[in-house]
Write a protein that binds this ligand. Structure first.
Ligand code: ATR
Length: 282
């Protein structure tokens, strides 16, 4: 059989997803294609109606449609529904079913890089409370993290995110200043904001002067290759996790959903990093 997958978003034409999914298809020995359906907001409804008419196996949803897609779906799985956003649609027997692989992709990349991590004992500090933070918060809470504190510039957004709490997770909402002061309490710091992203590469959301030497500091920003916060973390002797693995593993989880196979994607992360290093176009 030959699969057809795609991506709906705006803008979307510079997405890395076609390259990533072509790698998966090749690796799994499957036939298929991954198309970009760049769609401006005024055309979303018509585009989705047109997609219903073609034989597509599944598609990804990106900015700005991860919430807007929900009313067009026949079902939404419980995880995506609690996060309130869908990034993967699987077409099953003509039904559109929504999933969210962003946060779970982060957790998988963390465990691939640091397999000894025991999430049941990991005290987490989440920096940011936007869409990306929601998925990661819920995935870490479901994986058993006992503490996930949230530090965000706007406290009300942090409070809203805290409502995604699982019963076994303690969460406090902090200012960025308080988080910086109390950094030594955390085993894992997850930077989810756009601060430090190219072209503002020298920006950094907090200082790591109090970071614990055993901590893992991660940043979901994948451009620049090494963000300012990860450079500081390395200099202070902490372990680091960049955003490349999350990007590949959220895609791998979508591919696995569509094809009902398992993809071992570490080599694709390496290949992706080699490509990024040589990439001077954006
Ligand atoms: P995404 O879906 O990528 O997470 P988002 O929903 O717009 O994007 O969220 C962006 C996050 O980055 C928020 O936590 C935002 O903080 P606010 O809630 O206070 O807006 C954070 N953010 C963006 N720019 C920031 C900056 N210059 N300083 C601090 N936080 C910033």
């Amino acid at each position: 059989m030959s699969y057809l997958f795609g991506l709906i978003g705006y803008p979307a034409k510079h997405s890395k997803s076609p390259w990533i999914h072509e790698q998966f298809l090749k690796k799994q020995g499957e036939q298929g294609a991954y198309r970009i359906f760049e769609t401006s907001p005024d055309l979303l409804k018509d585009k989705l109606q047109a997609l219903k008419m073609i034989e597509i196996d599944g598609f990804n949803v990106t900015v700005p449609y991860k919430e807007e897609i929900i009313p067009y779906l026949d079902e939404v799985d419980s995880y995506a529904s609690s996060v309130g956003a869908v990034n993967t649609v699987h077409v099953q027997d003509g039904k559109w079913i929504g999933y969210n692989t962003d946060g779970k992709g982060y957790v998988r990349s963390l465990l691939e890089e640091y397999p000894d991590t025991n999430l049941n004992k990991t005290r987490v500090l989440l920096l940011g409370a936007g869409g990306a933070a929601r998925g990661i918060y819920r995935a870490l809470a479901e994986a058993g993290a006992p503490v996930i504190d949230i530090a965000n510039r706007t406290a009300s957004r942090g409070e809203a995110l805290r409502k995604l709490r699982c019963e076994s997770t303690e969460s406090a909402v902090l200012s960025l200043e308080k988080a910086e002061e109390g950094l030594s309490h955390y085993d894992l710091v997850v930077q989810t904001t756009s601060v430090g992203m190219t072209p503002n590469e020298s920006d950094q959301i907090i200082s790591l002067r109090n970071v614990s030497h055993n901590a893992i500091v991660s940043d979901i920003v994948y451009k620049p290759f090494e963000t300012s916060i990860l450079k500081e973390a390395k200099n202070r002797g902490a372990r680091v996790l960049n955003g490349h693995g999350m990007l590949i593993y959220q895609a791998a989880l979508a591919f696995e959903q569509w094809t009902e196979t398992f993809v071992e994607a570490n080599d694709i992360v390496t290949k992706f990093e080699q490509q990024l290093k040589g990439d001077t176009t954006c």
